[in-house]
Ligand binder design. Structure first.
Ligand SMILES: Cc1cc2nc3c(=O)[nH]c(=O)nc-3n(C[C@H](O)[C@H](O)[C@H](O)COP(=O)(O)O)c2cc1C
Length: 181
């Protein structure tokens, strides 16, 4: 019988969560990632914080949730990321990220990830009115050009309650695993 090497360091995944109605279900992604042998740390936008059960997530990951920059003397709360997924991603954060705006910690991490060659995936959760905006299409093109892999969720109708049942939380893991060996 082979004894599993439990001391082997697992790859570390940052899950970046934005302020979407379905953000509260991110525990599904954390569970799926842990089952696939990732260690997970959660970063949220300040707006996203209000959508999350922070105690439950911190218990699940074993790490503090990050939503703001640390003070200069403070130790880094999370290990460095081997990969990043943004799920769910808002219209707002997708556009700001593509434009290089870094006014939240989440955006700061995402903007730097490109220059650090960290494999990154994004699963936008937007409605068709948001998706029709020319800036959004340009943003996705820009992110693709930067090597970001983009989820397949088809935008839901505006004011129609969304498509939470169609949002495949584990898709980002499938997309990233091809890039992280
Ligand atoms: C209940 C609720 C649900 C929302 N759902 C979405 C959503 O699914 N997608 C989206 O792009 N914005 C959604 N928004 C709007 C964002 O929360 C808003 O644009 C916010 O500024 C995004 O901030 P962030 O990108 O920093 O997380 C929602 C807002 C509320 C109050």
């Amino acid at each position: 019988m082979t004894v599993p090497n439990t001391s082997e360091k697992k790859p570390f995944l940052y899950v970046v969560v934005c302020a979407c109605g379905i953000a509260g279900n991110v525990g599904k992604l954390i569970t799926a990632a842990q089952e696939r042998q990732w260690d997970v740390g959660l970063v949220t936008t300040p707006q996203g914080l209000g959508f999350l059960d922070t105690q439950a997530i911190e218990a699940q990951t074993g790490y503090p949730i990050r939503s703001a920059w640390r003070t200069p003397g403070e130790a880094r709360p999370l290990p460095p990321a081997d990969a990043i997924t943004v799920a769910p991603a808002t219209f707002n954060t997708v556009n700001k990220w593509a434009a290089g705006i870094s006014d939240t910690l989440a955006l700061g991490i995402l903007c730097e990830a490109y220059g650090m060659d960290i494999p990154t995936a994004v699963q936008p959760y937007v409605n068709s009115a948001q998706a029709a905006h020319p800036a959004y299409r340009r943003s996705l093109d820009q992110l693709r050009e930067m090597g970001v892999v983009i989820g397949s969720y088809e935008p839901h109708k505006p004011k129609a309650g969304g498509g939470a049942d169609r949002f495949r939380w584990e898709e980002a893991l499938e997309l990233l695993e091809a890039k992280v060996s």
